[in-house]
Design a protein around this ligand. Structure first.
Ligand SMILES: [Fe+2]
Length: 444
């Protein structure tokens, strides 16, 4: 840790112009800093930093972390560094000034991200707990009211409206043991995000969300040995499984308090455009758009989730596979909109950048689908960050045209040793998950 005071000269570029400092300085993004590098100047005035030296060798992790939390990049003196310094382009005054404001934005966004993640996590815990109780009660023959379900959906609409990305991210978290309930919760989140993307009103979202939240309530009537069977279902067993939309519909009709559009979603979410769905074999325009939207969300969550008998598909692969069959299932246009809503790299995807760093995609959006916001988990040398950083790839790509901030590929978390669940729990401050998804109950 540097510990001696000197005066301050703010601009890092001034040093290059004056020629007083080292001749070979390179701009190094903080993700690439290592111990032994000599930091000649920062991307901001020294007086805004806790460092007393204007120029020091990074000796310890503490200094490294301080630089990473404070700066976007620094200037490293090649001659005075004890380690190799990668080749980087220099920047001019204007870029330096812009980068300073970006850093402030990123820092603020990360705080906002953590705050939103905690709120979304708490909301998800409540909703999941509610669904678990309802599924348990109905399974035991108790009747259910819908007032609480409507409150849960209303809360979820609030969460989606405030922070759809964190809610979408948390669909990868399975902290409840009732797997059908978790699936219903996820379908509800996905559909609400889809509604928001398509411009539905709050009132419409609350009705569609209610249908999505309860779409598989009929599985409380499906025998456990079928619901929990780890292997493939026989023809007879699948026929029984296919009763759940009608069973759910009847259960909800009995409450006398579920709007027709929500009832339609519960009853018809397995219908398909070409008429090959169930239970009624409807086709074409007799299947409404909210039903098809729910069907897309239902299948997307099912195929991206790990099950006893198969691993879930990566999000991008799932979207591609669904798109290939969209014409006969949900309609090509609607599926295209869902892909736009989710992004080329859906929220929750683990991606590796061209500079070697690894992070989780945390934003969706048509305008930045190739350059989303990413929570960096590992640095360019493959080491875990102590303090994760949220970066805006669109901004970084504008600043640094070397291509280093472009997404190279989607990676399997296991391949690079990233435990996605523990990252989510850490960022949301939720309690540990004692059981990951082993869900044979989401068939059908
Ligand atoms: Fe279903």
């Amino acid at each position: 840790m540097p510990s001696c005071a000197k005066g301050d000269t703010a601009c890092p570029c001034a040093s290059r112009e004056s020629g007083v400092r080292g001749l070979d300085q390179r701009r190094i993004f903080v993700e690439e800093l290592v111990k032994g590098m000599y930091v000649r100047s920062l991307d901001r005035p020294w007086v805004e930093s806790p460092f007393l030296f204007q120029g020091f060798v990074i000796e310890d992790d503490e200094t490294l972390q301080q630089l990473r939390s404070l700066c976007e990049y620094v200037f490293v003196d090649v001659e005075q560094s004890r380690v190799d310094v990668p080749e980087r382009q220099d920047v001019d005054h204007s870029v330096s000034a812009v980068a300073s404001s970006i850093q402030v934005t990123e820092f603020r966004s990360y705080q906002e991200f953590r705050s939103a993640a905690r709120k979304a996590g708490a909301s998800r815990m409540l909703a999941g707990g509610y669904l678990e109780r309802v599924f348990s009660d109905v399974r035991m023959g108790k009747s259910m009211g819908t007032a609480d379900a409507k409150d849960v959906v209303s809360d979820m609409v609030d969460t989606i409206s405030a922070s759809p990305n964190t809610a979408l991210w948390l669909t990868n978290l399975r902290q409840h043991s009732e797997h059908t309930a978790v699936h219903c919760l996820n379908v509800c989140v996905l559909v609400l995000a889809f509604c928001k993307h398509l411009g539905y009103s709050r009132e419409e979202m609350e009705v569609i969300g209610l249908g999505a939240l309860l779409l598989d309530i009929g599985k409380t009537r499906t025998p456990d040995h079928i619901l929990n069977k780890p292997g493939r279902l026989t023809r007879e067993e699948f026929a029984i499984m296919k009763r759940h939309p009608e069973d759910g519909y009847r259960l909800m009709v009995e409450t006398g308090d579920v709007p027709p559009q929500a009832l339609g979603i519960i009853r018809l979410h397995h219908e398909r455009l070409a008429g090959h769905g169930y239970p009624l074999g409807l086709s074409g325009e007799s299947i409404t758009r909210p039903i098809l939207m729910t069907a897309i969300a239902d299948v997307y969550d099912a195929v991206t989730s790990d099950r006893v008998y198969q691993l879930g598909m990566p999000p991008d692969v799932a979207l591609q596979a669904m798109y290939e069959k969209a014409e006969t299932n949900y309609g090509r246009d609607l599926m295209q909109e869902f892909i736009k809503c989710m992004g080329i790299y859906p929220v929750g995807s683990l991606v590796q950048l061209e500079n070697g760093a690894t992070g989780i995609v945390l934003s969706a959006g048509e305008h930045t689908r190739l350059a989303p916001r990413v929570l960096l988990i590992k640095d360019t040398r493959g080491r875990f960050y102590k303090d994760r950083r949220l970066v805006d790839l669109a901004r970084l790509q504008t600043q640094d045209r070397t291509g280093r901030w472009i997404i190279r590929r989607v990676v399997n978390p296991a391949e690079v040793g990233v435990d996605m669940t523990s990252v989510m729990l850490d960022e949301t401050s939720l309690p540990p998950v004692d059981q990951v998804d082993k869900d044979p109950a989401m068939r059908g």
